[in-house]
Design a protein around this ligand. Structure first.
Ligand code: NDX
Length: 256
């Protein structure tokens, strides 16, 4: 049966950090080509409806850690923190897999990115789940530790912002529409990438609550992946809408 290999966790986390830097260098100048940044002339054959694509892509991030948690023998009962934290991760991906895709009104998603996205979700789902279920050690009162409680608070706050902002974006379109409008309300009052801001806060909260290398590596990856994307969204809006609110920032309210 499986056991903890600390060197495996170290290797996978380092690779995740390296992938984050690769992404930053790739996507700082040119956005990743999906959604509003996809080339106009893209072949429709190379794409899948947004619903299927997001469902398939995000499913492993829910399934892999959920299975690791459920199938570990003997079951890991102590400390409680490990299971709680693993459930938090699964909770986010339950939303992203089983709820978000069924309401999205997004454009069809490129197959090639779907392939890499799925690989990424398998990789990260395994790393986070494996670490929490087989390796993490917390004192029995971790649930009352300031890192756990403040991290959990940030996680919940970020998740709330992320879900609320996803909802505001969705409401910009009628079913079947694929046009872009100026997002309004919620944190969009302050930033163009409100959904991304929420997601980043969420994963840094998770990293603080787990106080672990894999989770910090993933938070860093998220920042490098959707941080530049928020900036490209912002530029797109400024270019497309002459009446775009001038005081709005790209990602971080009042700052950047
Ligand atoms: N999926 C995370 N890298 C990614 C998919 C892409 O969950 O090769 C990372 C995730 C993947 C990426 C994933 C991993 C790295 C990949 C990358 C592609 C290339 C990259 C594989 C797995 C890669 C290396 C080099 C390392 C191999 O038509 P539309 O789609 O534009 O419609 C949009 C709509 N909308 C509007 N509607 C009307 N008016 C407007 N003005 C609108 N603006 C947007 O709203 C969509 O239907 C919807 C949301 O659009 P958008 O662009 O704001 O968000 P989106 O990027 O689609 O993300 C959706 C949610 C969001 O909450 C975000 O926080 C979360 O997913 N997310 C996304 C990406 C990654 C991630 C979270 C994370 O890292 N945690």
């Amino acid at each position: 049966s499986m056991q903890c290999f600390p060197s495996l966790v170290l290797a996978l986390s380092s690779l995740l950090g390296a992938l984050a830097l690769l992404q930053l260098s790739l996507y700082l100048r040119v956005p990743s080509r999906y959604g509003k940044h996809e080339e106009r002339l893209c072949r429709p054959r190379g794409r899948l409806p947004a619903r299927c694509a997001w469902f398939l892509q995000e499913l492993p991030s829910f399934l892999v850690p959920a299975l690791l948690l459920a199938l570990r023998s003997p079951p890991r009962l102590e400390p409680l923190g490990c299971r709680l934290l693993c459930c938090l991760f699964c909770w986010h991906y339950f939303y992203r897999t089983f709820i978000y895709p069924f309401f999205t009104r997004g454009r069809p998603f490129p197959l090639q990115l779907l392939f890499f996205g799925t690989l990424f979700c398998i990789y990260n789902g395994f790393l986070q789940g494996y670490y929490l279920i087989y390796c993490a050690e917390y004192p029995n009162d971790w649930c009352t530790d300031i890192r756990f409680t403040s991290g959990l608070l940030l996680f919940l706050l970020g998740m709330g912002i992320n879900i609320h902002s996803d909802l505001l974006l969705r409401q910009l379109r009628k079913p079947g529409e694929v046009i872009y409008k100026i997002p309004q309300g919620g944190l969009f009052t302050y930033v163009s990438g409100a959904n991304y801001f929420g997601e980043i806060v969420e994963w840094f909260g998770f990293a603080i609550a787990t106080w672990s290398l894999p989770a910090f590596a993933f938070a860093f990856f998220t920042l490098c992946c959707i941080g530049p994307r928020a900036y490209h969204h912002h530029r797109y809006y400024l270019k497309t809408f002459t009446d775009y609110p001038k005081s709005r920032k790209a990602l971080i309210p009042f700052v950047f």
